[in-house]
Design a protein around this ligand. Sequence first.
Ligand code: NAD
Length: 419
Amino acid sequence: MTIYSGPVFDMARRQFGVIADYLEIPEAERDWLLQPKRAIAVSCPVRRDDGGVSVFQGYRVQHHLALGPTKGGTRFSASLDIGEVAALAVWMSWKCALAGLPYGGAKGGVAVDPYTLSRRELEGVSRRYMQEMIPFVGPQVDVMAPDMGTNEQVMAWFMDTYSMYRGSAVPEIVTGKPVELGGTLGRREATGRGLAFLVGRAMERMGIAPGGATAIVQGYGNVGGVAARALSERGLRVLGVSDHTAAYHDPGGLDIDAIDRHVAKTGFLAGYSTQSLIDPEALLTMPCDVLAPCAVERVVTHVNADQIKCRILAEGANGPTTPGADLVFEQRKTEMFVIPDILCNAGGVIVSYFEWVQDLQQYYWGESEVAEKLHLALERSLHNVETRAKRDGLSNRTAAMAIGVEKVRKAMQLRGLFP
Ligand code: NAD
């Protein structure tokens, strides 16, 4: 019996099963590794602008505590459930371990559509959620960060709520805060820029020159928006972009400056152009060198995998590719370079770790120092993944996850079963 169900947790479980088989982990040990340590569900009543009260369900799942505090984002999304949160927490564990960070994985969020809230209501949801979480989090226990539907401002409200309770400023309770409150330079851009850095390395492996290379990016938020800009700064032509309101494609290349100006003004892609509109589903299967899904889970599936035409799949989102699609890509290993999510989007948690370290020391780094350390960390992870994949004839995803699972397993074995 488990409380974790639904398609996203099933996917995390299936992926783990592949790794556990490959590592020959005994059945008896598998639940110990996979089942989250703690799950918290809370109700968040919030006063609406019309005077009424709405109650939103909030969650936090902490996967394992073997290596340090847990770490993970906070998602505000209407369809959020505990299975999705648990899957994201499990993936965070493998991601942190692969990057060599002293964290277990966590994730949390509120089942609310943030786009339907006024700013005052969003602040109400954010503060109430953090207030409910206070007994379960802390700088040495569980450190939150932004994820889909949350941003620097929400982290500022989290930090303030926790600090008011403690009676002093506690910047190290969250990462992804505004720089003015102890956030680090380069955190907002870290995930998208990290993705572009790894794409650069993958292009070298595939013999693709940046000039003339093309990219398509799904999702135009913190990860996708920054990734599109960073890829275009590296000389790639961005042919297509989408968010939950619209999708655009132009074979001659989209004007990223103009799109960014439009999004800065309106918040969304809708309304940018009437000429380059395209069906969002069709965007994923348009020809390009680099396809970067940077929005939601399970968009590349066994149904569309054989129509995906990119040469590099750069997974900015968590869990965009299902195990069914992986089986299809397994046959195309030589013609397609997959940068799996736990490597591709690790820039976010790596720079979050830098932020936490700076907050604990009250000693702050310059942006170039952050970028240099980020590149070193990603380079090391990529090297470890490629070496393992080559040695054992594995896909990049299996290699990346195997390294993560092995590290967590080793830590749990060394600490032993208590009592
Ligand atoms: P965000 O809220 O800033 O942006 C999400 C974007 O996806 C928005 O543009 C939204 O309109 C779009 N979107 C939502 N549903 C869509 C759909 N069905 N089709 C196309 N676009 C859709 O969130 P984010 O922080 O950019 O996170 C995006 C993904 O990256 C998530 O999977 C998240 O878990 C992952 N991630 C984020 C970070 C980070 O640092 N923020 C780090 C690692 C991984």
